[in-house]
Design a protein around this ligand. Structure first.
Ligand SMILES: Nc1ncnc2c1ncn2[C@@H]1O[C@H](COP(=O)(O)OP(=O)(O)OP(=O)(O)O)[C@@H](O)[C@H]1O
Ligand SMILES: [Mg+2]
Length: 356
């Protein structure tokens, strides 16, 4: 289970970070990798977020936060956010671009450099007044996670910035939009606008709600995002909130009859797919899970990579279950299997599902 606690926006003054922020400079971009009229398998418009992952006992989370010093047995600082999906696709060999917003600080630059070195085309606008998004993830022995989030510059991504970025990217097969990015305006409008632009250019719009508490807090906004998506990829908690009084399978089947492809991720159990009113259960891959941070992103990255290679949704979901299970074996997101191993796995799954 994931709980997201917003700790508001850290401004430079809060951090006494004046030295690393150039005040008064106009917004600019950190761009990397390919530019121009390239077409992509997937364009992601989402959050630039550095993760600080702390492994801890449940008591610390229960009494969030104890007075005095709290000790954590293990820690990791890593780029996270929506870039997780981009890196998964790129590592598999897909063509992928990322659009987002960062602060003018070392975290924003590190985030962009990391994407660029993974061969993700980046269009990250810099807001000199804000800091880069930061998520502190408390991981309990059960694998349950609590996230303390400062969204920083992310919330300030604008419609114009997204329009300009997407115009330069040709027509991707998929545009992925995460629910986390619907938190506040103007980013919320920018994301919903990206869905509109995606439809105009006949890309398939993919939406992942991200966290059930956000769906509960902003029901109308999330409903609009679901309505505008062609593929809904939700976890079970999120699907339950979206479904309301309706049972999840029935809800998924109903959406799929309206032409959507619905994926409901069910953790260690795997996932279920709803297509043309039919539900298929796809079992998960058992592994020694240490931390499920980013499992949903790994799943989606592998699923979209596979779908963009014209592999059908059932085999793509099997592949995504395997790929995501592997990322749970170590602390932090992005512990992805190597490209050769992954492609070999996808190929053998395709062979298994070929009619004899
Ligand atoms: N403990 C686990 N063992 C094996 N596979 C797992 C485990 N947890 C998750 N997965 C895989 O990862 C996928 C996504 O996980 P989950 O259902 O938790 O989605 P999520 O809640 O969106 O993830 P996240 O917490 O990263 O947002 C699952 O469908 C499954 O394939
Ligand atoms: Mg998720």
């Amino acid at each position: 289970m994931t709980r997201v606690v917003s700790v508001g926006t850290i401004r430079p003054s809060d951090l006494a970070a004046g030295k690393i922020m150039k005040r008064g400079t106009s917004p600019r971009e950190i761009s990397g990798a390919s530019k121009g009229a390239a077409t992509f398998d997937c364009v992601i418009v989402g959050d630039v977020m550095m993760d600080v992952i702390l492994r801890c006992e449940s008591e610390i989370v229960d009494s969030l936060i104890m007075d005095g010093t709290n000790y954590f047995s293990e820690s990791k600082i890593t780029p996270g956010g929506s870039g997780n999906v981009a890196v998964a696709i790129a590592k598999l060999g897909g063509r992928v671009a990322f659009v987002g917003k960062a602060g003018n600080d070392p975290y924003g630059r590190a985030y962009s450099d990391d994407l660029t070195s993974a061969r993700v085309a980046t269009r990250i606008t810099v807001d000199p007044r804000m800091s880069t998004g930061l998520a502190v993830c408390l991981v309990e022995p059960s694998g349950s996670r609590t996230m303390l989030v400062s969204r920083g510059a992310n919330d300030y991504l604008t419609k114009n910035e997204v329009t300009n970025a997407l115009k330069k990217m040709g027509r991707p097969r998929f545009i992925y939009l995460p629910g986390y990015s619907l938190n506040a305006s103007p980013q919320r409008e920018a994301i919903l606008h990206a869905a509109r632009l995606g439809h105009e250019q006949q890309s398939r719009v993919v939406f992942d709600p991200g966290a059930s508490n956000l769906v509960r807090e902003h029901p109308d906004v999330f409903q609009e995002a679901v309505d505008r998506s062609d593929i809904l990829c939700a976890n079970l908690d999120e699907a339950r909130v979206l479904a309301g009084k309706v049972e999840v399978n029935r809800y998924a089947a109903r959406l799929s009859r309206r032409g959507k492809l619905v994926v409901v991720k069910t953790g260690v159990e795997g996932c279920l797919l709803a297509s043309d009113g039919e539900i298929t259960r796809i079992p998960g891959v058992r592994t020694r899970a240490v931390d499920t941070t980013g499992a949903g992103d790994a799943f989606l990255g592998a699923f979209l990579y596979s779908m963009s290679r014209d592999v059908g949704p059932v085999t793509s979901a099997r592949f995504a279950n395997w790929f995501a299970s592997r990322t749970t074996e170590k602390l932090g997101p992005r512990n992805y299997p190597g490209r050769n191993e992954a492609r070999h796995n996808l190929l053998s799954l395709q062979r298994k599902t070929m009619p004899s």
